[in-house]
Design a protein around this ligand. Structure first.
Ligand SMILES: Nc1nc2c(ncn2[C@@H]2O[C@H](COP(=O)(O)OP(=O)(O)OP(=O)(O)O)[C@@H](O)[C@H]2O)c(=O)[nH]1
Ligand SMILES: [Mg+2]
Length: 458
């Protein structure tokens, strides 16, 4: 691995959030860690202490006492970064923190760049790239599901899958490359039938990972849900009922909601961004309402999921006519509202030819739990299992797409009995992209880009 610019520096950063807290943790990592800490902590010779020990005492800059602190010592290579690391737990006043920073910098450290601690962990082989990226995801995770997938990747689950794919491919590529050395003699070391089988298996695993990305996206970014329907259908009431609060204005005047209202809820660990919209009707002369309807349609087109809500007292023909306006869009749930005002069994009979209607009363909060279940089902289409690998990272997804493409090129090559030297090109391409995900193959710009998205101090 090439050493990067600034690699030799000793870096310092605040690992806890900015601002006032009971304590704050300042992290030092690099060659001069002990030299700097010894200057600031004269009461003990820290470099002589055992790794993974705690030391309490006063931090001083020359004669001036800065704070009473606890130091945690991690000697290389047994630390997060693989370098000498000291974590200074000080009192959480921004003034104290600043003074400690200044002193660390005065004695030879520099401020860490975003993600630089994790980048060093990667460069020192403590984590591979996919795991390092999962650290950022773990920090950003705000639901149980996103936390689970990030944790699985960080612990190496995803990398393990890829490593297996890559190793099997490497074994074959070695045989093919060997054939190239004997190209005059027309020998085949690599059994083409076996190879074909391997390529098929690899393609299947790659496709599974690619398919998991849709779910990965849901887990990482949440699902946008447009609540759509005619004026007065009860869209705003449903939003309030799902949120369990009076967020949107409700009235019996059709056309109450003019602009869109957005709120987030967490259902079983998945974030849904609910969008209440203006009721859609065919004929309106009100320019504000027309603009609102335009906006509703726009939200509907961009949503991952549409809740089409209608008044259960409507006739089936009217309901279907309203619904037909949405034909262009995909993933929607039909919600029959206001069942408190009618006989549910009768209503179910009337709409019996229309499949998958969820009958609710938004106002009386009836069957809202059933609706929530359907919302989850419609985006997950199956279960999230803890140990399943789910691709959540767009960079990984694009690399896997390239892997998939090169696998199908290899397959074409085998079908057309291409010579080994041509096959080898596609095989190398495939290995290249597999290696890009875990960071066996990287360049400095790419690394800088990836780690720049981290927070400082991680
Ligand atoms: N009985 C009953 N009334 C409801 C129900 N849901 C909504 N309503 C009433 O229907 C009327 C319209 O409700 P809203 O939630 O404002 O309807 P909307 O679809 O947002 O209407 P616009 O914003 O005008 O498009 C209000 O008087 C609500 O109290 C329900 O489940 N049962
Ligand atoms: Mg409304």
């Amino acid at each position: 691995m090439n050493k990067l610019t600034g690699w030799d520096d000793t870096i310092v950063a605040l690992a806890t959030p900015q601002g006032i807290g009971a304590i704050a943790v300042i992290r030092l990592s690099g060659k001069k860690t002990f030299e700097i800490a010894d200057r600031l902590f004269p009461s003990k010779d820290l470099s002589q202490q055992l790794s993974h020990t705690l030391h309490i005492g006063f931090l001083r800059d020359e004669e001036k006492i800065l704070d009473e602190v606890v130091l945690s010592i991690f000697k290389n290579p047994k630390s997060y970064t693989g370098e000498d690391v000291i974590e200074i737990s000080c009192h959480g006043s921004p003034f104290v923190q600043q003074q400690i920073f200044d002193a660390c910098i005065k004695y030879g450290a520099r401020l860490a760049k975003p993600g630089e601690f994790t980048q060093r962990a990667f460069l020192n082989g403590k984590l591979d790239l996919a795991q390092a990226e999962a650290v950022a995801d773990l920090i950003a995770s705000n639901t149980a599901a996103s936390h689970n997938t990030a944790l699985h990747t960080m612990r190496g689950g995803f990398s393990e899958n890829l490593r297996e794919l890559r190793e099997r491919m490497i074994r074959f590529s070695a045989l093919i490359e060997l054939e190239l050395d004997f190209s005059q003699e027309d020998v085949e070391f690599a059994d083409r039938k076996q190879f074909y089988k391997l390529i098929n298996e690899l393609t299947q695993s790659t496709r599974e990972l690619l398919n998991s990305f849709q779910l990965g996206n849901v887990i990482r970014n949440g699902v946008s849900v447009a609540i759509i329907g005619k004026p007065n259908a009860g869209k705003s009431t449903l939003l309030n009922s799902l949120l369990n609060e009076n967020r949107a204005i409700v009235s019996d005047i059709p056309g109450t909601t003019r602009d869109t209202v957005e709120e987030v809820i967490n259902i079983d660990g998945i974030l849904f961004r609910l969008i209440d919209t203006a009721g859609i009707r065919q004929h309106s002369n009100d320019i504000i309402e027309i603009a609102g309807i335009e906006r509703s349609l726009e939200k509907m087109r961009n949503a991952d999921l549409i809740l089409y809500i209608f008044d259960v007292k409507e006739t089936k023909e009217d309901m279907l006519a309203g619904l037909s306006q949405l034909k262009e869009s995909g993933n929607y749930l039909l919600v029959a509202n206001k069942i408190d005002e009618t006989d549910e069994a009768r209503a179910r009979k009337i709409f019996s030819t229309v499949h998958n209607i969820i009958y609710i009363s938004a106002k009386e909060a009836l069957h809202i739990d059933v609706l929530k279940e359907k919302m989850i089902d419609s985006v997950l289409q199956g279960n999230i299992q803890k140990e399943n690998t789910i691709v959540t990272n767009a960079r990984h997804y694009h690399a896997l797409k390239e892997v998939d493409k090169s696998l199908s090129d290899i397959k074409d090559g085998l079908d057309n009995k291409l010579p080994g030297d041509l096959l080898a090109i596609d095989i190398r391409r495939c290995l290249h992209y597999l290696g890009e995900i875990t960071g066996e193959i990287t360049n400095e710009d790419q690394l800088d880009y990836i780690f720049s998205k981290f927070c400082i101090g991680k």
